[in-house]
Design a protein around this ligand. Structure first.
Ligand code: ADP
Ligand code: MG
Length: 664
């Protein structure tokens, strides 16, 4: 039996094109060849279950990858179903090329370099990305099958003849091209296999015939029957001569005679053939979940909690999603969702399948109904893919709301870590937002967690529908103290996501308003006025205001003089909520070139007429230090509201020193 033929393909020569298109992802051939080996084994297992094939007793399924940097070859061997000559003809010579043809058709007119063919999938032929020549040696499981040898040197022609393989299964050898020799390096090969094949369902072994064997010398009782024993050595006892106090000499044994065995350890499979997500949630322990997380995401911090997805109907989807611990509020939160098809890695973070906000989580999702070779453009408009995304969103919302209902304490404990994620989800996904509305918590200034209705209840008497909030507990400390003194409440919203989030809530809940704690000094903090303010008082207020405007060289500054209940407070600033949000927005969009007063973003300076220092100034407008006090009071007030600019800060420090000198 010997055949020579032309590959049935219209294109002149597919291989240069494969090489070009595959460039961006050209390690993917590992995945394709190893998964073909796993498939061949799965097929044989099925035949056995169906009673159509009897496996030998000592059968152990495996895929072996052999790197040989001297010969510049990579070999993939499986002991699966194998192929007959007819099958090679059908599956390799014809079918695969129809895939290639489809690929060519689809990409004929596209010139973008970064298209990833790996997502299109040419399976077996991806080997030609890295190899000049590929050979197949295969023996079918069928009784009396003849072995087949096939080879192709990257042109449009192949040779097929009777082969010499004696063991069931398939051996594929790649003769690497000069640009791809890295893949014959054991460590590089291991890295790629770990990337794509960590959870494939058949054991994968990597061997390097050129590597020096690594010997261990151990106690014979520790030798496993799968270890390869090289020799057994007897180490003689070690003794030492010791002199006793009376001068006599004695020999003491330091280590007794020992039998040791020199072995080469049993090879270990690189992959985990039963990843945790394939087990039933009831059979997984907490430690197993944590260990899986550590192994897969190399995150030394423990995850907060996780969701084990396990569904068969209406589509098949399994996976585990972890809520990672965020170290500090400054950490960028960026997750990784690994997508698998029947334990074969497809890609990280495919945003068409995973809702965008879930990308903040870490996890693995296995969905056999997804095409292995995901073409992103095809996914975008896929109704099925949308269903998967919706299902995952629903599961996450269910888990969170369930936890809030039945494990409130734990939910509150995690809240600080998970809230940016939930808020982001609410902004991005309306359905998620509706499901989560009742389970959004707000931490108040006493560290208690409240729902939105509870927040509104707190200040209901005087400020119906207003939620006061703090963005910086330190800078806004004085306002917080005033709130506490008055028995008023405010919530802490200090994450970047909070500003867009409260705007979102305001839009969704008509009438509800969020107001930063320093937006306005409400009547709560003012002494209740009895009668009219006298003309005389008004006049001195006006003079004081003039003094500040002149000292601060700011004519437009709005100044209010109020009698605050707390006489220790000298000055504060307020900025209306609208103006501040406008200002934040401008900062965000970098429109700072514009005149801020255009948007009415000026601060209002509030001076406390009940404060001694303010009163002193009022009565001593002519004092030689008046200007300095005005500047200092202004800076102190601004400091509680926002950071001073560098120039103002330098002046503030300098002036503070001068003020202290007055005491000396
Ligand atoms: P796919 O795996 O998507 O079918 P491939 O190009 O990877 O496409 O493989 C084409 C076909 O060749 C497979 O469907 C299978 O029938 C056959 N084949 C490839 N590799 C092997 C193997 N190691 N053992 C048995 N059959 C194989
Ligand atoms: Mg394949």
């Amino acid at each position: 039996m010997s055949t020579h033929g032309s590959l049935s393909i219209n294109s002149e020569n597919i291989f240069p094109i494969i090489k070009k298109w595959l460039y961006s992802d050209h390690d993917i051939f590992f995945r394709e060849l190893i998964s073909n080996g796993c498939d061949a084994i799965t097929k044989l297992k099925k035949l056995e279950v169906m009673g159509e094939y009897q496996l030998p007793d000592d059968n152990k399924f495996k895929v072996e990858v052999i790197v040989n940097d001297k010969e510049k070859t990579l070999t993939f061997i499986d002991n699966g179903i194998g192929m007959t000559a007819d099958e090679v003809n059908e599956y390799i010579n014809q079918i695969a090329f129809s895939g290639a043809e489809a690929f060519l058709k689809q990409y004929k007119d596209k010139t973008s370099e970064d298209q990833i063919i790996g997502h299109f999938g040419l399976g077996f032929y991806s080997a030609f990305m890295v190899a000049d020549k590929v050979t197949i040696d295969t023996l079918s499981f069928k009784d009396g099958a003849t072995p087949v040898h096939w080879e192709c040197d990257g042109g449009t022609e192949f040779d097929m003849e009777e082969g010499t393989r004696t063991e069931r299964g398939t051996k594929i050898t790649l003769f690497l091209n000069e640009d791809s020799l890295e893949f014959a390096n054991e460590y590089r090969a291991r890295e790629v296999i770990m990337k794509y094949c960590s959870f494939m369902p058949t054991e994968i072994y990597l061997t390097n015939p050129n590597a020096e064997p690594q010997y261990d010398t151990i106690d014979p009782s520790e030798v496993l029957d799968t270890d390869k024993v090289i020799e057994t050595v007897v180490e003689p006892a070690k003794t030492e001569e010791k002199e006793n106090e009376d001068g006599t000499k004695e020999t003491v044994v330091i280590t007794p005679e020992m039998t040791k065995t020199k072995i080469v350890r049993r090879p270990v499979a690189l992959n985990d053939t039963t990843p945790l997500w394939t087990k039933h949630p009831n059979d997984c322990s907490e430690e197993e979940y944590k260990e899986f997380y550590r192994n897969v995401f190399h995150d030394y911090k423990e995850p907060l909690f996780w969701i084990h997805l396990n569904m068969d109907y209406p589509f098949n989807l399994k996976g585990i999603l972890y809520f990672p611990k965020i170290n500090t509020e400054y950490d960028s939160i960026e997750g990784t969702i690994k997508l698998y098809n029947n334990q074969v890695f497809i890609a990280d973070n495919i945003k068409e399948v995973i809702p965008e906000f879930l990308m903040l989580l870490k996890g693995a999702i296995d969905c056999p109904d997804l095409p292995l070779n995901v073409s992103r453009s095809a996914l975008q408009n896929d109704g099925f893919v949308k269903k998967i995304a919706d299902y995952i969103t629903k599961k996450v919302a269910d888990k969170l709301s369930g936890m809030c209902k039945t494990e409130k304490e734990a939910y509150e404990k995690y809240w600080d870590d998970i809230n940016p994620f939930i808020k982001f989800g609410c902004l991005k996904d309306d359905k998620f937002c509706d499901k989560m509305t009742d389970y959004i918590l707000f931490k108040n200034i006493d560290g208690k967690y409240l729902t939105l209705p509870e927040c509104l209840e707190e200040n209901k008497e005087k400020h119906e529908n207003t939620v006061f909030y703090v963005t910086d507990e330190i800078a806004q400390g004085q306002y917080i103290k005033m709130f506490k003194d008055e028995g008023m409440d405010a919530v802490i919203l200090k994450h970047n996501i909070d500003q867009p989030f409260i705007t979102h809530i305001e839009q969704k809940n008509e009438g509800v308003k969020f107001q930063r704690i320093d937006a306005d000094l409400t009547d709560n903090f003012k002494e209740s006025e009895e009668g009219e303010t006298s003309e005389e008082t008004k006049a001195s207020y006006d003079k004081l205001a003039e003094l500040f405007k002149k000292s601060l060289n700011n004519d437009k500054l709005e100044i209010k003089i109020e009698k605050l209940k707390n006489e220790n407070i000298s000055s504060m600033v307020t900025l209306s909520e609208e103006s501040r949000r406008m200002q934040d927005m401008m900062k965000m969009y970098g429109m700072m070139g514009m005149d801020p007063s255009m948007f009415g973003t000026n601060l209002t300076l509030v001076l406390n007429a009940n404060n001694q220092l303010v009163q002193y100034l009022m009565n001593n407008i002519e004092s030689e230090h008046a200007a300095m006090f005005c500047e200092q009071l202004y800076d102190l007030a601004v400091l509680q509201h926002e950071q001073l600019n560098p120039e103002a800060m330098a002046k503030f420090v300098e002036r503070s020193n001068k003020v202290m000198m007055l005491l000396v």
